[in-house]
Design a protein around this ligand. Sequence first.
Ligand code: NAI
Ligand code: MG
Length: 355
Amino acid sequence: MPSFKIAVLKGDGIGPEIVQSALQVLEKVGELFGYSFTFEEGLIGGVAIDQKGDPLPQETLELCLKSDAVLLGAVGGPKWDDLPTHKRPEKGLLGIRKALDLYANLRPAKVYEPLISSSPLKDDIVRGTDFIVVRELTGDVYYGEPRGVFRENGKRVGINTMRYTEDEIRRVVRKSFEIARGREKKLTSVDKSNVLEVSALWREIVQEESKNFPDVEVEHLYVDNCAMQIVRRPSSFDVIVTGNIFGDILSDEAAVITGSLGMLPSASIGDKHALYEPVHGSAPDIAGKGIANPIATILSASMMLRYSFGLTQVADTIEKAVEIALQRGYRTPDIYTEGTKKVGTKEMTEAIISA
Ligand code: NAI
Ligand code: MG
């Protein structure tokens, strides 16, 4: 039986509750399809600070490096808010992302028909929306040198540098073509090549790579135009690929049109490792109450099956089960509307498993 080793980092707040749900779903599909998943737990974030004095203990790092993939809940909470920045739970997250050399962040924006009214957009515009934003994570204006605030003729000047090497662009573009090939075969590359040289290079590399993917249709959009088109014709997109700073902004824009934070999964992918986690945080306001929405984490586990293990059919099955549970009216309080069945984390998980 094919077997996969998953590092499980539950973290803080609702982390343990929602990750537990995802593990149950993984066990169920393992049974159904004949795969074995082994889960090994590691400490990260606040709970790791409390037990080991370090938000990312060495043994957690080693566990992640030797696993086939990492599933993470969320970190942080008011208990650790007064610690200095370099000792806070979030430091654990940044550390793990860096150590695993993750260069592509994937954020799907999918509108589930039973939840369509929670979108801030009109039903007719948002119906059928199902795209994914691929954001480059390692380069761009966040890391380029020179950077800083300097003095020039007695006045302060702030400088950051937008910088991308050819290889950094190529690997994320290639990954995006591959993802598009497994979906609707449409790739939108987003840049600002009318004014930025970095973007002109970006566009050139997309065009070069497109020769290796003749079956994928390519569209180029300027980032300002793309920001408009995401709210005007969201259902026309399939895969959007862009650099770090444009991706930071567009992936949040894409997230909000679905209307439900508790539904949003994410993946961060490198050549050797990958980490899967919900977009939301540790929700300390509802932690321990048994009412957290587990769907974002369950869908993150589904992305793991799709992108790390190549188990497309199993991933599709999980996504279908989520849809069916929603169609049957099950709702955690964060997505509840009148006329549906309000349930807790456990019942929601059971509804998905039974679907
Ligand atoms: P948050 O995403 O934890 O919560 C925002 C709001 O959404 C809250 O009202 C919360 O109850 C609700 N919510 C979030 N996830 C939910 C779910 N699955 N089901 C139902 N309701 C849900 O963001 P917030 O409040 O800004 O941050 C709380 C803590 O989480 C902070 O310590 C923050 O630093 C940390 N955080 C961690 C992240 C991570 O681990 N990747 C990401 C964002 C925040
Ligand atoms: Mg952001």
